[in-house]
Design a binder for this molecule. Structure first.
Ligand code: ZN
Length: 241
């Protein structure tokens, strides 16, 4: 009887799934082709078009390590993909930021977590700190994309997220038209520390995309100024080439 019920339930679930698929077809975010039952958000073909960095396997300093040389001492760095304009990665990051794709963010975080899981370089990280966004922006957007990435990573790496350790101060205007020096100056005034303490020796800052690195540098400097012995690693979904 139990087996019969299980079979009926399972067939009914399959039926509902099929019906849902018919009404809301599950399509690839990038190419709009229908996804198979085993694909999530992006089809295998589009995943293949993204350019992996494989920084997790580097035994020599990566371009990402070098970006921060002379600016801030970091334990390790990692980015999953290279970011290039006019390439699929740009649409994906845009969707993550502006299209209310919370499950997508968590999924990407899981992919990041799986990528570094077996690398010895990241074994001592004890907690994740997502790059904060201004509360007003968070309210309008419904989420903070870096927090979603951190949630996905936290599930895979089994380490906690520390929210509200670093807070975003003001809603600064777009940085795109400023040069690197001005941008750094602006970034150094972007954050302040929250009331929560960091009871760990090694934390990782989580971001969605790194271009000049000025935001992360400012955030890491702020943490270092209050916790001089804190080991800081940067984990990003993408980095500009
Ligand atoms: Zn696709």
């Amino acid at each position: 009887m139990d087996l019969k019920n299980t079979i009926i339930t399972a067939s009914f679930e399959r039926y509902l799934e099929g019906l849902q698929h018919l009404i809301f077809p599950n399509v690839c975010l990038q190419c709009s082709y229908e996804l198979s039952r085993f694909e999530k958000h992006i089809c295998a073909f589009c995943w293949d078009k993204l350019q992996r960095t494989y920084f997790e396997a580097y035994e020599i300093p990566s371009g990402m390590d070098q970006l921060f040389w002379g600016r801030i001492t970091l334990s390790e760095t990692f980015a999953l993909y290279f970011f290039e304009k006019e390439k699929p990665i740009q649409d994906i990051l845009h969707a993550l930021k502006y299209q209310f794709k919370a499950p997508l963010g968590r999924h990407f975080g899981e992919v990041m977590g799986k990528a570094i899981f077996n690398s010895n370089k990241y074994k001592t990280i004890e907690a994740l700190i997502p790059v904060p966004i201004h509360p007003q922006k968070r309210f309008l957007r419904g989420y903070n994309q870096s927090e979603l990435l951190a949630e996905g990573m936290s599930a895979i790496l089994e380490i906690p997220i520390l929210p509200d350790v670093v807070l975003k101060k003001a809603n600064n205007s777009s940085q795109t038209r400023k040069n690197r020096f001005l941008r750094w100056d602006n970034a150094s005034e972007q954050f302040c520390l929250g009331k929560r303490d960091i009871p760990y020796r090694h934390i990782a800052i989580v971001d969605d995309v790194i271009t000049t690195g000025s935001t992360l540098e400012a955030m890491a400097q702020l943490l270092r100024s209050h916790y001089p012995d804190l080991q800081i690693t940067l984990l990003s979904f993408a980095i500009a080439k």
